[in-house]
Ligand binder design. Structure first.
Ligand code: CO
Length: 293
């Protein structure tokens, strides 16, 4: 071995020794430096208007919790695959959390951008729970979706009232279209309608895939002799359901069903995540997990 090789070997040995020393100070139960992060989790969307909403949420989160790195994950595999084809890479929550663990984040606040605590929220809860039991993070906590507590309900009622189209007359109906689910959390939609109607009796909440169904809403509108209804998505993004199931020209869209019943329909294609009053509720929910760090 030449002198040069000896020096090289010695340098390598001392480097690895150094690494071992540094590693020992952070590994084996000893705590490394505290590193707090935020992971925002949405169902996802490939709509251009949704990107604007998500950028707005991102900006508001960073303004409310300055200095904390913010990451994003989409739960929808279909949306992620669609975006990947456009060269836009988005992670599933488990991948995003694994990366954050690898980057030595110690405390992670995962914020659901879902509307209710339905199936997707509970899947996310399981993922967060798995990372919790894995032990890589000191703390990983999930924040509530839009509707969880009674206070959220009240704030959401106020947000709906604040974002109703200005030109709408009190005699005209506002029909919100929620997603709906077979999950027990579906009860939130009828509960929201009850609380909205305490403030404004001509606001209705139906769902595409749960209860209340559009036929029930139609009967309620006819009973009240309503002539005009504003159709408004009660989903974070005005995507496929809003464009087709709500405002589409197909015979089974809400617009077609209600128009057929003699009600003049005015669809509004704006998701809740396009309005600050709704975004603020999600942003404030981040305070829950972050308050425990
Ligand atoms: Co759907």
């Amino acid at each position: 071995m030449s002198t040069k090789q000896w020096i090289g070997l010695a340098a390598a040995v001392s480097f690895f020794t150094m690494c071992a020393v540094v590693d020992a100070s952070v590994g084996h139960g000893a705590k490394g430096p505290k590193k707090v992060g935020i992971l925002l989790v949405a169902f996802g969307s490939s709509e251009a208007s949704a990107q604007v909403s998500f950028e707005n949420i991102d900006r508001k989160v960073k303004a409310a919790y300055p200095g904390i790195p913010v990451r994003w994950a989409y739960t929808s595999h279909i949306i992620r695959a669609k975006l990947a084809k456009q060269g836009k890479r988005l992670d599933a929550p488990e991948v995003a959390l694994a990366k954050m663990m690898d980057e030595k984040f110690t405390h992670v606040a995962v914020q659901s951008l879902h509307t209710i605590g339905g199936e997707e929220f509970h899947d996310l809860r399981r993922t967060v729970g798995a990372f919790k039991s894995m032990g890589g993070f000191q703390k990983v906590i999930l924040g509530y979706p839009l509707l969880a507590t009674q206070e959220d309900m009240q704030r959401t009622v106020d947000a709906v009232l604040a974002t109703i189209p200005k030109q709408r007359q009190k005699s005209e109906a506002v029909v919100l279209m929620g997603h709906g689910t077979h999950h027990p959390a579906n009860a939130f939609y009828a509960a929201l309608m009850f609380q909205l109607q305490l403030k404004d009796p001509n606001i209705f909440v139906g769902t595409v895939e749960g209860y209340p169904e559009v036929d029930l809403i139609k009967d309620l509108l006819l009973e009240k002799k309503i002539k005009t209804a504003y159709l408004v998505p009660f989903m974070s993004v005005a995507g496929d359901h809003a464009k087709n199931d709500m405002a589409g020209d197909e015979a089974d869209s809400w617009k077609s069903i209600l128009t057929q019943a003699g009600i003049n329909c005015i669809p509004i294609l704006k998701g809740t995540a396009e309005f600050d009053v709704f975004i603020d509720i999600w942003v404030d929910h981040l305070g829950g997990p972050l308050g425990h760090f």
